[in-house]
Design a protein around this ligand. Structure first.
Ligand code: PGA
Length: 251
């Protein structure tokens, strides 16, 4: 049985005090979440230790939103994955479309980041997804296939067992427009087939593939019911404990 995961990407939101409060509110409602649904929260770097202290001993795992593509040294402004491990992270989001779009994140950089993360025992949540014009041109499979192959051709089957994939169509992120469950399922099935072709059926069966893009309590149930959707990467709705938990209990 694959893991079910609901992950909250807080992006560049909340003060430390607000983040701690949000984490406390999520912890207070954990009793409502089914045992087999795993939760992850990804606050900003500055919040990791404080938020980590709130969720310590609970079933919520801590994630970062990015990491450096070098191990350590003279890289002003960067945060090494070993530092994330030290701060208590079990995961880091990598390759989010906002990083690709605004910060020049390339597949080559992502390969370095993913390898460094895996070496440190941090599980990457590797994001892929097409832009609106790419979908409208009918190129969504091609775009996602290229994003997958440029990065995953550099990892082993054993590595793959520690990588979570998130399919996030750029046109659905923060827009209120969600992919229909049929649109999401067909790409998720395509991603799983990609993993099967490259690493074998057993690895593909174990690979967790999350959907992200305007996921909320009202649409989560239908999305999570799809065969190849193993949970969600949640942005806006992860900033409200009720909504985040509402999504987790939709499973
Ligand atoms: P959204 O963001 O839920 O606000 O659309 C998802 C994401 O970017 O991870």
């Amino acid at each position: 049985m694959r893991k079910k995961i609901v992950a909250g990407n807080w992006k560049m939101n909340t003060t430390v005090a607000e983040g701690v409060e949000l984490a406390k509110n999520i912890v207070a409602k954990l009793g409502e979440v089914p045992n087999d649904v795993n939760l992850i929260i990804a606050p900003p770097f500055t919040h990791l230790v404080s938020v980590g202290n709130v969720i310590k001993g609970t079933k919520i795992a801590l994630s970062a939103q990015n990491c450096a593509d070098e191990a350590k040294g003279a890289y002003t402004g960067e945060v090494a994955v070993s530092m994330l491990k030290d701060a208590g992270c079990a995961y880091t989001i990598l390759g989010h479309s906002e990083r690709r779009q605004y910060y020049g994140e390339t597949s080559a950089k992502l390969v370095n980041k993913i390898k460094l993360a895996l070496e440190s025992g941090i599980k990457p949540i590797f994001c892929v997804g097409e832009k609106l014009e790419e979908r409208n041109a009918g190129n969504h499979f091609k775009v996602v296939g290229t994003q997958l192959s440029e990065v995953l051709s550099e990892v082993t089957a054993e590595d793959m067992l520690n990588i979570v994939i998130a399919y996030e169509p750029v046109w659905a992120i923060g827009t209120g427009v969600t992919a229909t469950s049929a649109q999401a399922q067909e790409i998720h099935a395509f991603i799983r087939k990609f993993v099967a072709d490259k690493f074998g059926a057993e690895v593909a069966e174990e690979t967790v593939i999350l959907y992200g893009g305007s996921c909320k309590p009202s649409n989560a149930k239908e999305l999570f019911a799809c065969k190849d959707i193993d949970g969600g990467l949640i942005g806006g709705a992860a900033l409200k404990a009720d909504d985040f938990i509402g999504i987790a209990i939709s499973y």
